[in-house]
Write a protein that binds this ligand. Structure first.
Ligand code: ADP
Length: 163
């Protein structure tokens, strides 16, 4: 049987418990999960690419008991990256209605570019649904407590950045 490979792309600036919840759910749907960390220079990320890769690497360790996991940086057209890793599905997380318009368009365009690749939308557990990296950074910058939104490891990294 062919191996089912899923790609979960994102900026992960930084990785949150929302991302982690989506990764866990995605890991139940495939034999191999590739987490694509977007280089995304235009977004001016707070964390360097290697730091964002490390944060993801740190949380995916336990998944490796069950499935194959790869964490890979990428840039350029998403569909080219999907093809290069041999994935048959793109996993995206849906939070509120606000994500829908953009995700709807992206899934539609990607389907036109390669109809063999399916975009799969997952919802995080309600307790994680409102978490957004942008707001986590804002709270951390202003000295707030982000412990319910990120892992202890990411919390330390945020403290470091803003100290
Ligand atoms: P991007 O720059 O691609 O939006 P992000 O790192 O912000 O990258 O998000 C990657 C994916 O994870 C997106 O599909 C986003 O909607 C999803 N995501 C982020 N936070 C959450 C959350 N709290 N619940 C569900 N999905 C989420």
């Amino acid at each position: 049987m062919t191996k089912r490979i899923a790609l979960y792309p994102g900026t992960f600036d930084p990785m949150t418990l929302g991302h982690l919840d989506i990764m866990k759910r995605a890991s139940n749907l495939c034999d191999k999960l590739v987490v694509g960390v977007a280089i995304n220079r235009s977004k001016g990320p707070l964390f360097a690419l290697d730091e964002r890769v490390e944060m993801v690497e740190h949380v995916v360790k336990p998944f490796r008991d069950r499935i194959e996991v790869e964490v890979k940086p990428f840039e350029g057209l998403l569909i080219h990256f999907v093809e290069s890793v041999g994935a048959s599905m793109i996993v995206r997380g849906l939070r509120a209605v606000s994500d829908f318009e953009y995700e709807f368009q992206m899934a539609g365009m990607n389907d036109r570019l390669n109809p063999d690749i399916e975009t799969v939308f997952l919802m995080a557990d309600p307790q994680y649904q409102t978490i957004a990296s942008r707001l986590v950074k804002e709270i951390a910058r202003l000295g707030g407590d982000v412990s319910q939104f990120v892992t202890p490891e990411v919390e330390l990294r945020l403290k470091d950045k803003y100290s």
